[in-house]
Write a protein that binds this ligand. Structure first.
Ligand SMILES: Cc1cc2nc3c(=O)[nH]c(=O)nc-3n(C[C@H](O)[C@H](O)[C@H](O)COP(=O)(O)O)c2cc1C
Length: 190
């Protein structure tokens, strides 16, 4: 069976550099034999998490879709910008909704693996946002691979086809993706 990856960007912005880095990782993962679904968080139209809203109307449709998508995949490939040292509220809100209970289902995160990416126009590549994301995902039962990648000066990092111009950075991204696939296979029950 092919490994199924769910690719999520913490930015849904049209010209997002994180979407570009994620797309480059997705191309590599497909080349390495994975089946990949790219999920646009904006398309889920999730409201800001609100316990009163949840009590009154249950899970929004977007949250049900997100939980289902996570359940249907073996692993997550996540890229997020750094906002003031953290990953984005768009991503946090989506994860929060996805952890809310749903009758008849256990947590969609249990037993999943994940790899983390970040990109920024700045010199640090968004790396400061990844530790908090790692802690969050680990805390909800996701095995996060040790390897990760942050891409500095990301606006100049890609060619017109969306591939990384720098061979070393491309190799690093290949390494992150193959570690995710290896770890997922090693921990899989499929
Ligand atoms: C509220 C806010 C805070 C930001 N904080 C940081 C930061 O701490 N470090 C950084 O490298 N870039 C920071 N940025 C700049 C983002 O890295 C930049 O906007 C980037 O393009 C966002 O990612 P995207 O292109 O994938 O949307 C911040 C941007 C915003 C809007």
């Amino acid at each position: 069976m092919k490994t199924r990856l769910l690719a999520i960007s913490g930015s849904s912005r049209k010209d997002s550099v994180n979407k570009r880095l994620l797309d480059a990782a997705v191309a590599i993962a497909r080349k390495q034999g994975a089946e990949v679904t790219v999920l646009d968080l904006r398309a889920l139209a999730l409201p800001l998490y609100d316990g009163d809203l949840e009590a009154a109307s249950g899970l929004p449709e977007g949250a049900v879709r997100l939980k289902q998508a996570i359940r249907e995949h073996h692993a997550l490939l996540v890229a997020s910008p750094e906002y003031n040292g953290f990953f984005t509220p768009l991503l946090k809100n989506a994860i929060d909704w996805a952890t809310r209970p749903q009758e008849g289902f256990s947590s969609p995160f249990t037993g999943k693996t994940a790899a983390l990416l970040a990109a920024s126009p700045g010199a640090l590549g968004g790396i400061r946002g990844l530790p908090a994301l790692r802690v969050l995902l680990s805390g909800i039962g996701v095995l996060v691979t040790p390897g990760q990648m942050s891409l500095p000066l990301a606006q100049q990092a890609f060619d017109e086809q969306g591939a990384l111009l720098n061979a070393q950075q491309h190799k690093m991204l290949e390494g992150v993706v193959s570690e995710l696939l290896r770890t997922t296979l090693a921990s899989a029950s499929y």
